[in-house]
Design a protein around this ligand. Structure first.
Ligand code: SF4
Ligand code: SF4
Length: 224
């Protein structure tokens, strides 16, 4: 499982990400922000208490963050199909709590990122700091053209603060008759022959081809 530092570093490489919260009226809103620090408790962000983002964080206590880093912009082939360069996406979702100013100041001597936060708060006094402290997430690393490796995906899921995560990928049950139909239809090279056949979750895109093609109904979906 990724460490908190590795999760933070991946987000830090991306820079600005999409931070989404329930809007309090049955909808959801997203805006740009970034995680400025991490420690054993979680990932830290700041906003101002005059923004809807602050109100939504306080009211819901929930946050989902998504960011993506790619080598270059997408191009299209002669059939207008997209050709994505290798890249990765990070996503996390979970619970936040607001820190007191005393808590932020206490972290500053040990962490230059909190030191910067204290400086910034002095400049913008309505700034407030939150920590995403109980959350799960995923690193979704893609190389669809298999430029750097022999398979398209590498997925890693993680959880912190007592949260849980579901393993990526669909699953083949004991109803498998080992016919091999699914193997031919999986462009993600995620299926391993055997009795029963098996799916490597870290490579599986959950595209549904094996679910669709299996004559024995042996592939479990996650959609219902
Ligand atoms: S298509 Fe279904 S029955 Fe055939 S190998 Fe794959 S999972 Fe097993
Ligand atoms: S869901 Fe798609 S990617 Fe996953 S094992 Fe089946 S065919 Fe392969």
């Amino acid at each position: 499982m990724l460490t908190m530092k590795e999760v933070f570093d991946r987000f830090d490489e991306i820079g600005c990400c999409s931070f989404a919260t329930p809007d309090g009226h049955g909808g959801v809103e997203a805006r740009i922000a970034h995680f400025f620090a991490y420690d054993d408790e979680g990932l830290y962000l700041r906003t101002m208490d005059v923004k809807p983002f602050y109100r939504q964080l306080k009211q819901s206590g929930r946050l989902a963050v998504n960011g993506e880093r790619t080598e270059a912009k997408v191009v299209f082939d002669e059939n207008n199909l997209p050709l994505f360069k290798p890249g990765y996406q990070m996503r996390v979702a979970g619970e936040v709590r607001e820190l007191s100013m005393a808590e932020v100041e206490a972290k500053a001597p040990h962490d230059r990122n909190f030191n910067v936060a204290v400086y910034d708060i002095a400049k913008y006094p309505e700034t407030r700091v939150f920590v995403l402290h109980r959350f799960h997430g995923e690193l979704y690393d893609y190389d669809y053209a298999m430029v750097n490796r022999d398979h398209k995906l590498h997925r890693e899921r993680f959880a912190f603060g007592g949260d849980a995560y579901e393993e990526p990928g669909l699953r083949i049950t004991d109803d498998c008759i080992a016919c091999g139909t699914c193997l031919a239809g999986c462009s993600f090279k995620a299926i391993v022959p055997g009795e029963p056949y098996a799916i490597l979750g870290e490579r599986c895109d959950e595209c549904g081809n094996c679910y669709h093609d299996c004559p024995a109904g042996a592939v479990e979906g996650k959609g219902e």
